[in-house]
Design a protein around this ligand. Structure first.
Ligand code: AMP
Length: 283
């Protein structure tokens, strides 16, 4: 495994490998890697000749007052995990490398995909995501890029951008990896103390309850929403950012739960805001 801090050098190398007919799989991350990230890399490893992963805590996707400085980092541990997942090249740029003095170009995906959920509570977040992902695609020249469904909205936004901007690659969504008890893996879980770690299970439990209600024939989104809200509010210090029941493709809110449905929750459990979701086909 080789580590590159220069985008130009990495791209030159990857372009010459692609000329030999090799395919490139790419997994972008912000580091502090866990088994969720690794599952993306393992899949990408199987499906491509060359595997590139990036580690970059992207400042443009953090809003004011968010945890940019405090975001957990451990590149040495990350390198071990990437090596064990079979990564060939790690792109580990500095902020200056990605956003040099005079930098002034941003990619903005407009419309319903970025209005709700993370778009509502984190102004400019998806502009930062779309911008950095475009830059990373230009530097890592992937044939396929792998994204986790834990950030379901991010997957939709990136897919929209790739289609709208005629980018020549395929986006591969990958399932959420969870702890045995159901908690979705996240770098932000490290902020949780023991009690919060237990209480954080309320996210996956509330989604499980929503699924039960739908299996039981309930189709009224308000009923499901309120049931989830009540469950989460039983944790007295938990603060709900949103509970959204939406069409999984358009991310538009549903009154009637039917079709390709995404149920997404975001809850502050102490310091970190945790995300979770389920996607289901409802008749
Ligand atoms: P991040 O480092 O948080 O930006 O995440 C990098 C990629 O890993 C994103 O595509 C995430 O959706 C994905 N990811 C993070 N956590 C998980 C998880 N628990 N299961 C699957 N993918 C994940």
């Amino acid at each position: 495994m080789e580590l590159y801090t220069s985008g130009r050098e990495l791209r030159n190398l990857l372009k010459s490998l692609k000329k030999e007919g090799k395919s490139v799989g790419f997994v972008p991350t912000m580091g502090f890697l866990h088994e969720g990230h690794k599952s993306l890399m393992v899949k990408a490893r199987r499906e491509n000749d060359i595997l590139v992963a990036s580690v970059f805590v992207n400042p443009t996707q953090f809003g004011p007052g968010e945890d940019l400085e405090a975001y957990p980092r451990d590149i040495e541990r990350d390198k071990d995990l990437m090596e064990s997942a079979g990564v060939d090249y790690v792109f580990f740029p500095s902020v200056q490398e990605m956003y040099p003095t005079g930098y002034n170009t941003y990619v903005d995906v407009e419309g319903p995909l970025t209005i709700l959920m993370e778009g509502a509570s984190r102004e400019g977040h998806f502009r930062g995501v779309a911008t950095v992902v475009s830059k990373l695609f230009n530097l890592c020249v992937p044939d396929r890029a792998y994204f986790g469904m834990k950030d379901a909205q991010q997957v939709s936004v990136v897919q929209r951008m790739v289609e709208d901007m005629n980018m020549d690659l395929e986006i591969i969504p990958c399932p959420i990896v969870r702890e045995d008890d159901g908690l979705a893996l996240s770098s932000r879980n490290t902020y949780l103390d023991e009690k919060q770690r237990k209480d954080a299970l309320v996210l996956s439990r509330s989604l499980g309850r929503a699924r039960e209600m739908i299996d039981g024939g309930i189709r009224d989104a308000h009923l499901i929403h309120d049931e989830m809200k009540n469950m989460i509010n039983e944790i007295d210090y938990a603060k709900i950012d949103y509970i959204q029941i939406v069409n999984a493709r358009t991310l538009e809110p549903l009154q009637l739960v039917t079709g390709d449905v995404l149920i997404a929750v975001a809850v502050w459990v102490g310091k970190p805001k945790l995300l979770d979701n389920i996607r289901l086909e409802v008749e």
